[in-house]
Design a protein around this ligand. Structure first.
Ligand code: G3I
Length: 370
């Protein structure tokens, strides 16, 4: 009789451990791809205890939403501020997480001084290259051996597939991208080096990024991965177009990552604004239809769309190295304030009370079957 009790106890324990083994994103996707989230300062400094608990439970990779951007790390020339970034990296190390550096070269949130001289005129190509080299070398060297990979260059290709006419491009030329990758590799040869951008399912953007990466590879530049930001809306992009980009980028011989996943349920003021942070629009009530709560009918459609995208990601675990959400819970999401300030969005998979939405269970079940 005793043996029978032990037998059923053992079965029960096994079932529980199996259940636990796939009851979180990081365990369900173990061996498939890393699951990550972006952290804000409240989470990095432990003030958001629920957000931190959820992060530790669900994710095995983290990226700093803002504090590792150049305007925060080097607000004045030669004056670096590393307190927030150091704390972020320490949190990742303490919790055995893959730490992603975001981002070394981006035209947005670069400090104003970066491109001008003391008279306010554009600096020369040589000066800007030197400033870029100093920033990248100082930052990457500081975290050498601690960062799995860096978003070396962010959003350098425009919607038409050409180089975005940023100050980096105007002053240095298109080879600023090559130099950014070379400087990063020199500072930490072991770190993976990524190119990251939004609207990567759009054909012109896809082809522009492919052409750029092929040129870098032809020049012998180390590019380890391409980040597809994944800022989705209810009406697009299609699974098919997104899949075309996953396959096409992978065929370059680089890792593919979904780097800033969220799925806004709100109307957009105009089509094709992608995730260009410079776009912002007047607040209008009709642009904020769910301030009092999200109708179940809308929630179901959004949750199904999340499941459909994770079905696609699971189909390509041989190509995808990481899926990172751009925020922990709905209240953290940048989408509450972009492209219209002061809205109530529901873009992530954990609600404002940090409770999992229905798609989480469906996604975990799907992952377990693979
Ligand atoms: O920290 C200040 C705060 O002191 C001040 O009171 C407040 C008032 O404006 O601004 C706060 O800074 C804001 C910062 O987020 C931190 O919250 C900036 O104004 C705001 O512009 C900044 O927005 C960030 C945005 O990048 C701007 O670059 C978003 O949080 C962040 O989610 C977003 O992330 C980008 C990725 O880095 C690249 N891909 C697109 C993605 C979405 O735009």
């Amino acid at each position: 009789m005793k043996k029978l009790v032990y037998f059923f106890l053992l079965i029960g324990l096994l079932a529980c451990s199996q259940q636990n083994a796939s009851s979180t994103f990081k365990s369900a996707f173990n061996g498939k791809f890393l699951m990550g989230t972006a952290l804000n300062l409240d989470q990095i400094w432990g003030r958001d205890t629920l957000g931190i608990q959820l992060t530790k439970k669900q994710f095995n990779s983290i990226v700093a939403e803002n504090c590792m951007k150049s305007m925060y790390l080097q607000p004045e020339e030669g004056q670096f501020f590393f307190d927030d970034a150091d704390r972020f990296v320490k949190f990742g190390e303490e919790n055995g997480m893959a730490i992603i550096g975001h981002t070394l070269v981006w035209h947005n949130q670069a400090p104003a001084w970066f491109f001008i001289d003391e008279k306010g005129q554009d600096v020369s190509r040589e000066v800007l290259l030197e400033r870029m080299k100093n920033h990248i070398t100082t930052v990457v060297s500081r975290y050498k051996g601690k960062i799995k990979g860096w978003d070396v260059v962010n959003e350098a290709i425009d919607g038409d597939g050409n180089f975005r006419p940023t100050k980096f491009h105007q002053i240095i030329g298109e080879d600023y991208i090559k130099y950014a990758f070379l400087f990063a590799q020199e500072a930490d040869p072991e770190a993976e080096l990524y190119y990251n951008d939004f609207s990567m399912a759009d054909e012109d953007k896809r082809n522009g990024v492919i052409a750029m990466v092929k040129t870098l590879q032809w020049q012998g530049v180390k590019v380890d991965g391409i980040g597809m930001q994944g800022h989705l809306i209810m009406s697009g992009p299609s699974i098919d177009e997104f899949e075309k980009s996953i396959v096409a980028f992978s065929e370059l011989g680089v890792k593919v990552m979904i780097t800033e996943l969220d799925l806004s349920v709100l109307p957009i003021p105009k089509p094709n604004i992608g995730a260009d942070v410079t776009a912002n629009f007047e607040y209008m009530q009709e642009m904020n239809p769910y301030a009092e709560g999200l109708p179940d009918s809308v929630l179901q459609v959004q949750q199904q769309r999340y499941v459909d995208f994770f079905r696609l990601f699971l189909k390509h675990t041989d190509k995808i190295d990481r899926v990172t959400f751009w925020g922990v819970a709905d209240g953290d999401s940048w989408k509450n304030d972009w492209p219209v300030h002061g809205r109530t969005d529901y873009a992530l998979l954990f609600d404002r009370s940090h409770q999992a939405k229905s798609a989480v269970a469906d996604i975990l079940k799907m992952a377990k079957k693979r």
